[in-house]
Ligand binder design. Structure first.
Ligand code: ZN
Length: 191
């Protein structure tokens, strides 16, 4: 009797899944209440419904390669596209190019005459940030490319043209939240 009580005290209290302080028993290695044992059985026997619930809240497949489209589509070297000529409020001419795959937009580019103006480097880098991030989001929506913080950081960093332009500053601030990027930044500043 005494021995049994000692063992009980070493067990974590309550259900490991829902946290409720209910009577639990071991189910596939988890201490689970009866409701959560039903859930575990559901995960085991009907993973489809669990996949759908996961995707609903986590905005990514529960397993790599899950969900629509089933696999990440590689961008081919040559894409169809459309180029739109527009004029902004300051009468600058712009070319907005949309690359398409199966009729969906998957990349955007923008160019204008000030591309060749060296005094406007910062405007160009801001523009590059916008188009790179939009392209990343489009590839996520239409090609199933997994959207990660590391990819966002990479696109922001690549948009920078000179030290302390807006993307460089954004990268500096945001990379504090990413351990790998922070280490790289520290290495750079030492080197
Ligand atoms: Zn439970």
């Amino acid at each position: 009797m005494a021995h049994e009580q000692a063992t009980d005290q070493n067990q974590p209290r309550g259900c490991q899944l829902c946290g409720a302080d209910r009577k639990t028993s071991t189910c596939h290695g988890f201490q689970a209440c009866s409701a959560c044992r039903t859930l575990i059985a559901r995960v085991r026997n009907q993973p489809e419904v669990v996949r759908r619930i996961w995707q609903e809240f986590q905005n990514e497949p529960i397993l790599p390669g899950d969900g629509p489209p089933a696999t990440e589509t590689e961008l081919p070297d040559v894409l169809d596209g459309k180029r739109y000529r527009t004029i902004d409020r300051e009468q600058n001419k712009w070319y907005l190019s949309i690359s398409e795959m199966n009729g969906n937009p998957v990349e955007v580019f923008a160019s204008t005459a000030f591309d060749r103006d060296h005094e406007l480097q910062s405007r160009i880098s801001n523009l590059t940030t916008i188009t790179r991030l939009i392209s990343l989001i489009l590839r996520h929506i239409f090609l199933g490319e997994r959207l990660t913080f590391a990819k966002c950081l990479k696109q922001i960093k690549r948009s920078s043209r000179q030290k302390d332009d807006l993307p460089d500053m954004l990268y500096g601030v945001l990379s504090r939240y990413d351990p790998a990027a922070r280490e790289a930044a520290e290495r750079d500043s030492r080197g």
